[in-house]
Design a protein around this ligand. Sequence first.
Ligand code: RNT
Ligand code: ZN
Length: 412
Amino acid sequence: MTRYESARKIYEAAGADTERAIARLSEKEISIHCWQGDDVVGFDCGMEASGGIQTTGSYPGRAGSPEELMADIDFVLSLTPGKKRLNLHASYAIFEEGESADRNELEPRHFEKWADFAAERGLGLDFNPTFFSHPMAEDGLTLSSPRKEVRDFWIEHGRRCLRIAEYFARRTGSPCLVNYWMPDGFKDYPADREGPRRRMKEALDEIFAAGYDKKLVIPTLESKVFGIGVEAYTAGSAEFCLGYSLKNGITPLMDNGHYHPTESAADKISALLLFSDRIALHVTRHMRWDSDHVASFDDETRDIMCQAVRCGLDRVLIATDFFDASINRISAWITGIRSVQKALLFALLEPEGLGRLQDEGDYTALQVRLEESKMMPIGDVWSEFLRRSGVKEDYLGAVREYEKTVLSLRKK
Ligand code: RNT
Ligand code: ZN
């Protein structure tokens, strides 16, 4: 009997179907963030990440051009199983020699190479307007700025991103999620907490008033509690973003790093899905703060995936969001993506009947079964999933080889 066969029987006895779990895991799309490859720099302004987010570390081999980033993404795709989408930021626009366009001038053609890249590989595309790392966002305010010309600039950016998302959806044949996250906030206590939020609300209204094809575009709004240099106040807080989303038919996006450290993002999924058709996730690992460490096969990620599976996996759109420049970036990418998928597999293999035990009030048995489930042979099912996906289990060797032959030849 192979290890997988043995695992299948053990799970079967617990009422979990490994074949079904592998099939569902293979089909569930994970949207891969493009920004792990170059420390969230992008190609338009070449500015380091700002707006309260920060990449730390100076590991050599950062992708410095579209070609390098695409090569790295191809390599990551080859070492990760399952279905994937590619999640781009507006700052990754690709210009012709001598051409440039500011964020309020971006057009679908500036993303044609990305659309070609995705279409050739059968990947869906997701998108993000970039409201940071730009001279017009230097004081940390965009859609909430008291200056009308600043708001108008970013409103135009936000509208143009809806057009680009429509273009992506048409090119790939798959609806494009477009996520609005604005870093707007203050380092120290503001006098007026309502004004910035009111301006942000009205600016979002103006963006969405431009209209978009609801079959092609899924706008999402990402909240945040605080960032570096924005400790006292964030305009796009949880209540703001949730209120706006639910009232306007926008999908709420939860980044699990964007809450107080003891707050559970997993717990919010069931509540939100009672009021929203779907929710979107940015899966990250927040160590003490929103540090964006590489996602891990840890308790929090497993809890999130268990809730997603219990509440309806089709209604939960999953993306990765982390950036670590202290280790090989490619390895970080693969580790994070695989960790999310491992957590999802764990959730899909949940023993049958736990909900019934809860309803029957048998909390003793519930606790025992939950603890037992942690020691089940998930590794053997994971290996089988990799084997069937045609992806090697060990990636460290391949990453080291890529580092030697590709990354180490790059300038920095
Ligand atoms: C920042 C948000 C946001 C960004 C990306 C680059 O705290 O999490 O999603 O990480 O848009
Ligand atoms: Zn995020």
